[in-house]
Design a binder for this molecule. Structure first.
Ligand code: P70
Length: 463
C-alpha cells in the first residue's frame, strides 16, 4: 500500500441524480456590475447571477422522486385535506408532539406562538437569538435574553455542544424576573447564529429539570433538530448505537412543543408547523392560524406541499441521509481548515462559517467586514454566501444603536442533496483566493437601511 492512500472508507450520497438544472456563469466584469446593482447585498442578487448558491439551506434542497410523486397526490380540498393528516401523522411519529398546526413557514409558527404566550414586559430566554424569532418575540412585547453558554460566542472554542443553554444563567434570570414573567424558554437546535452548533441531550434534560421546577414551558425551534440528533449520535456518550430517529424523538420529548421551518431538515421548498402538547393552547393556536395563515388543516400550504413535507420528514431522519448531508458540510470545512482559513469551530451542521473578523482585522465592525467578505467572494467566483454579523444583528429596540455581536461571520450554507463534491472544491478554492487577498480588502458603508430585518434589503457602497 502506498503511503498516500487514506486509511478510511468513504461515505457517499445515498442517492443518484435524475434531473439536472443548468447553472449560469458570468464573467468577472459582469459579476462586479451585478454587485454594484445589488448594493453589495447578496440577498439582492438575481439567482441567475449566481454560480454556486450557498446563501441558504432554506427551501433550496432537492426533493426525491418519492416526494415529487407525492406532489401528484395533492388533495386540494379547502378543509380536511388527506395530506394534512399524513403530515400530522409524520410529525407525531417522528417528533412525538400531540397536536400540529400547519403554517406557511417557520416564522408563521413563531408569530402564532409569540402572540399566544408572550405578554408585554415578559422575558424570553433563548440559546442565542435568531432574527425572525427574536423579532416576533419583540413585536409581542417581550425581551429576548441570551442564555447560550459563553463558548458559543467564541469562534475558536472547540466545545462539542456549543449550542447548550447556560443553565445557571437561565436560573438566575428566572429568579430575577420571576417565573411568571418567563412565558417559555426557546431552545434552538442546532443554533444557527452560533455556526450550526448542537445542544446535547444532557443539557436539554437539565433545562427540562430546571424549568419543571419553576413551571416554565420549553418550546423548541426544531428547524434543524434532525442535524442536532446526528451530533448527539456522534459526540455524546451512550448514543452511538441509537438511530437519528430515536434520538430526535427523545430530544423533543423534553419540550412542550416546537416551531418548525420545514424548509430545512424536512427537505421541502416551502412549509412549516407549530406543534403543541397542550390541548388548550392548541385550540387557541388553531383559532389564531386562520387569521394569519389559513385554515388549521392547511395553514398557507397547498395539499401537495403538505404531502411533500410529510414524505420529507420520513426521509430526513434516515441515518444515511444525515451522515452524507453533514459529511458534505464537513468536507468543505476541513478543506478550509487545512489551508489555514479561519472558520467557526467545530464545523456546524448546515454550513461552514467564515470568521470575517479574522479575515479583516484592519476593518472595524462599523465597516461591515462580513458583508464585505460575502461581496468579495461573489466577485471572485459567483459563489453566493450570507452575512451573519452586525448587519444581521440589527439595532437594540430600546436605544436604537447597532447590536455589536461578537461573531462577525459569513455563512457558506449547503443545500441538501443539491451540490457535488466538485462544487465544494470550487467554493473552497475561491474562499482561499479571497483569503490570499485579505490585506487589500476595503469596508462598506450602509446607504439604505430598512426598519425590519434590515439584512434582507439593506444597500451598501464601497468606502
Ligand atoms: C436561514 C433561514 C430560517 C429559520 C431558522 C431558525 C433557526 C427559524 C427560521 C425561520 C432563512 C432566513 C431567515 C431569516 C434570515 C435569514 C435567513 N432560516 N429558526 O437561511 O424560518 O424562514 O421558514 O420562516 O434558521 O437560516 P422560515
Amino acid at each position: 500500500m502506498t503511503s498516500s492512500r487514506p486509511q478510511r472508507r468513504s461515505w457517499a450520497e445515498p442517492w443518484k441524480v435524475k434531473v439536472v438544472e443548468p447553472l449560469t456563469m458570468m464573467s468577472a466584469q459582469e459579476r462586479q456590475a451585478a454587485l454594484v446593482r445589488a448594493g453589495y447585498n447578496t440577498f439582492l442578487l438575481k439567482s441567475e447571477e449566481v454560480y454556486i448558491d450557498l446563501l441558504t439551506d432554506s427551501g433550496t434542497s432537492a426533493m426525491s422522486d418519492w416526494q415529487w410523486a407525492g406532489m401528484m397526490m395533492g388533495d386540494e380540498a379547502y378543509a380536511g385535506s388527506k395530506n394534512f393528516y399524513n403530515l400530522e401523522a409524520a410529525v407525531q411519529k417522528h417528533y412525538g408532539y400531540k397536536h400540529v398546526v400547519p403554517t406557511h413557514q417557520g416564522r408563521g409558527a413563531e408569530n402564532i406562538l409569540s402572540q399566544l404566550c408572550i405578554k408585554p414586559g415578559d422575558s424570553v430566554p433563548g440559546n442565542m437569538y435568531f432574527t425572525t424569532t427574536r423579532l416576533h418575540q419583540e413585536l409581542a412585547g417581550g425581551t429576548f435574553v441570551d442564555v447560550v453558554i459563553p463558548q458559543a460566542h467564541d469562534p475558536n472554542h472547540e466545545h462539542p455542544f456549543k449550542g447548550n443553554v447556560d443553565v445557571d444563567a437561565l436560573e438566575a434570570l428566572i429568579k430575577r424576573v420571576g417565573a411568571k414573567k418567563v412565558p417559555y424558554v426557546c431552545v434552538g437546535a442546532t443554533v444557527n447564529m452560533a455556526g450550526g452548533q448542537p445542544v446535547s441531550m444532557e443539557n436539554m434534560k437539565a433545562v427540562r429539570a430546571l424549568t419543571a421546577k419553576h413551571g416554565v414551558r420549553i418550546f423548541l425551534d426544531a428547524t434543524r433538530a434532525v442535524e442536532n440528533a446526528w451530533f448527539i449520535k456522534t459526540r455524546e456518550r451512550g448514543y452511538a448505537d441509537k438511530s437519528v430517529a430515536d434520538i430526535l424523538k427523545e430530544f423533543c420529548s423534553y419540550s412542550d412543543g416546537c416551531t418548525m421551518s420545514g424548509k430545512k431538515d424536512a427537505l421541502v421548498n416551502i412549509g412549516g408547523w407549530l406543534a403543541l402538547n397542550d390541548r388548550d393552547l392548541y385550540e387557541e393556536a388553531s383559532n389564531l392560524v386562520v387569521v394569519y395563515e389559513g385554515l388549521h388543516t392547511y395553514g398557507g400550504m397547498a395539499g401537495r406541499d403538505m404531502e411533500a413535507m410529510a414524505r420529507g420528514i420520513v426521509e430526513s431522519v434516515q441515518d444515511d441521509h444525515v451522515r452524507a448531508r453533514i459529511g458534505q458540510v464537513e468536507y468543505l470545512g476541513h478543506k478550509l481548515q487545512e489551508w489555514g482559513v479561519p472558520i467557526v469551530k467545530p464545523i456546524g451542521g448546515h454550513a461552514v462559517y467564515l470568521d470575517a473578523k479574522a479575515f479583516y482585522p484592519h476593518l472595524t465592525q462599523d465597516q461591515f467586514p462580513a458583508q464585505a467578505l460575502a461581496a468579495y467572494l461573489y466577485a471572485d467566483s459567483g459563489v453566493r454566501s450570507m452575512e451573519r454579523g452586525i448587519v444581521s444583528a440589527g439595532r437594540d429596540k430600546a436605544t436604537g444603536k447597532h447590536h455589536y455581536p461578537k461573531l462577525e461571520l459569513v455563512r457558506l450554507t449547503v443545500p441538501r442533496r443539491v451540490y457535488t463534491q466538485a462544487h465544494m472544491d470550487v467554493t473552497a478554492e475561491s474562499v482561499a483566493a479571497v483569503w490570499d487577498q485579505r490585506q487589500e480588502a476595503r469596508g462598506l458603508k450602509m446607504v439604505y437601511e430598512p426598519k425590519y430585518l434590515r439584512f434582507f434589503q439593506a444597500r451598501f457602497e464601497k468606502e
